[in-house]
Ligand binder design. Structure first.
Ligand code: HEM
Ligand code: SF4
Length: 556
């Protein structure tokens, strides 16, 4: 795993000291909230509905056990004993007191963690595949480039005040697990014909009130050129992106308004200029960083593989968990394990300090000291010997983290909604809990199969509802909390934006409506293997509209 050097450590500590003095001046009244706002946003501190919220960066979603233990300690010492893992592979504390925040950041700095680039109009924390470095379908490890981009962007003077926040995601595998096409820039690692690796570059994706799928602007940009290319895209955006209207300031609007061909020409012109300067990444530098991300030396665990089959035959719950929560590894006697933070009826993405400590212990005992955070708000142990799975499962059961539901209907992504967020129209968390309880029986979940259900409390779409196979969006109709349902979204290599099915439902009717959508799907699928999204793409919205709005159909 990457280790911060003296420069990084000094920079992080300096930031804490600077922030401490800013907080002191705010507490003493020397700074007004308006003056304090841009300063706190440089350090991940938001003001939510009831309290401040601190968003801590987990660069490319990678943690070691020491860091996860520390996140748990912070939850106990300064918050209410839990933390919330987010869709951008970050972690949030919902209840810190303002005067504690410098101490929290100091505690985090001791383990190389911080809240830089988690808010404000800068290049945000780069996200990537949670199975990076372990997945069997990987072209190259995306974390290497995510780290290079972090180093390039953190103190980049040109890009500290962009027209709007800027999100970059990198995917290194054939399957897109980083949702790159709904990011401002999405990078897909590809094998080049000369044997090297490079990037296909997608620009202008995003969710929010104007969801857009990113457009391919360049293919096969060589790895040593990628910073030059990014620099060119960012410069064009910084120059031409709209600053007059916050809702039109993201790069997706620039792509839309400029047109793809003109934008490509602008980027190419800038790229030619930048490339003639000094931004090539030296081969030795790529190799140096690559070495930090080398696969840990895995032990030979082939002898234990047969034992796993025996244990699975004895314990059906365990067997279901192995089927659902493990993912193929580069080395055949190992797997990646997803620890679901979606217990049936729980708050998606929340983990208590006790749970975090336990996962950290499992990582150090069985997982070569690595943990990842996934964009679906789960935790991952990327390298686990198959023979250790049963011990891990049994330990997870003791803290209610052994839900065998990864990729199933209760593996819900949800934003904080009206329980925490000042922008919300409606609650997200109780809605997620209600659906999860209704559909949570494991036989029912297995019957439904692969399904992504995402919930946002307003059109800002932090809960990714646009790209849920089923999306739920909280809307406000004359003071009433209503929920619209969208169908057909997806954030993988076949990204699509879901379409609104019809008028919204009050909370009391929503779970029935979702169940009606699901039963309609089960009734029309060609076989048990036809996933919801594939069935929807085949038949379109009509049967679902008929199920949810029968009287409209008669009138039509
Ligand atoms: C203090 C609470 C929050 C506020 C005020 C907030 C605000 C916003 C706003 C205004 C947008 C729309 C930005 C745009 O399109 O220009 C947005 C988008 C987004 N937020 Fe949040 N958010 C909050 C919490 C969260 C949380 C907890 C998560 C992760 C679970 C999250 C992840 C995202 C994502 C993934 C997007 C859409 C991606 C995109 O930028 O297009 N946000 N947020
Ligand atoms: S989607 Fe809306 S309600 Fe949910 S966290 Fe984002 S801004 Fe808040």
């Amino acid at each position: 795993m990457y280790r911060y050097d003296e420069f990084d450590a000094a920079f992080v500590n300096q930031r804490v000291a600077q922030f401490r003095s800013q907080v002191e001046r705010r507490v003493s009244g020397e700074l007004t909230e308006d003056e304090f706002k841009p300063l706190r946003l440089m350090n991940g501190l938001y003001l939510q509905l009831h309290a401040y919220m601190l968003r801590v960066a987990i660069p490319y979603g990678s943690l070691d056990s020491r860091q996860l233990h520390r996140l748990a300690d912070v939850a106990t010492k300064y918050d209410r004993g839990y933390a919330h893992f987010t869709t951008r592979q970050n972690v949030q504390y919902n209840w810190p007191s303002l005067s504690d925040t410098p101490d929290i950041l100091q505690d985090l700095a001791e383990v190389d963690m911080h809240a830089i680039q988690t808010s404000g109009n800068c290049i945000r924390n780069v996200t990537t595949d949670h199975f990076a470095g372990a997945a069997h379908d990987e072209v190259a490890d995306p974390r290497v480039y995510a780290e290079i981009i972090r180093q390039w962007s953190s103190l980049h003077p040109e890009f500290s005040f962009l027209p709007r926040k800027f999100k970059i995601a990198i995917n290194g595998a054939k399957q897109d697990r980083a949702a790159i096409r709904v990011h401002d820039i999405g990078l897909q690692l590809v094998q080049l014909t000369d044997g090297g690796v490079g990037f296909d570059v997608y620009v202008g994706g995003g969710q929010g009130r104007t969801p857009m799928i990113a457009k391919l602007v360049a293919e096969g940009v060589a790895e040593q050129d990628i910073l030059s290319y990014l620099e060119a895209v960012l410069r064009v955006y910084n120059l031409y992106g709209r600053r007059d209207n916050k809702y039109k300031a993201r790069i997706k609007i620039l792509v839309h308004e400029t047109g793809l061909e003109q934008l490509k020409a602008d980027i190419e012109a800038e790229y030619a200029h930048v490339k003639s300067t000094f931004l090539d990444i030296p081969k030795e530098e790529i190799e140096r960083i690559d070495a930090y991300f080398a696969m840990p030396k895995l032990r030979d665990a082939s002898a234990g593989v047969a034992k796993l089959a025996e244990t699975r035959a004895r314990d059906a719950g365990f067997s279901q968990w192995v089927s659902q929560n493990t993912h193929g590894h580069k080395v055949s006697d190992h797997v990646s394990v997803t620890v679901s933070l979606k217990p049936v009826g729980g708050v998606p993405g929340d983990a208590t300090a006790e749970q975090m400590h336990l996962v950290a212990d499992l990582a150090s005992q069985y997982g070569y000291d690595e943990v990842r955070v996934s964009h679906a708000q789960n935790l991952v142990l990327p390298h686990v010997a198959k023979e250790d799975l049963y011990a891990i499962y049994q330990a997870l059961v003791t803290v209610d983290l052994a839900e065998a539901n990864v990729g199933l209907v209760t593996d819900i992504i949800a934003c904080p909604g009206l329980d925490y967020c000042a922008l919300a129209n409606a609650r997200s968390i109780p809605v997620a809990q209600d659906i999860s309880e209704r559909l949570g029986a494991i036989e029912r979940q297995k019957q439904i199969g692969d399904l992504k259900l995402n919930i946002s409390g307003c059109i800002n779409a932090c809960g990714h509802h646009h790209v849920g196979h089923i999306g739920i969006l909280g809307v406000d109709r004359k003071g009433e909390e209503l929920y619209q349902i969208t169908l057909g979204g997806s954030s993988d290599e076949n990204t699509s934006i879901g379409a609104i099915l019809g008028r919204g439902f009050p909370a009391a009717e929503l779970t029935d409506a979702i169940e009606a959508v699901i039963d309609t799907y089960i009734g029309l699928r060609l076989s048990d293997d036809e996933r919801f999204i594939d069935a929807y793409r085949r038949v379109g919205p009509k049967p679902f509209k008929e199920a949810l709005y029968p009287s409209d159909q008669k009138a039509a």
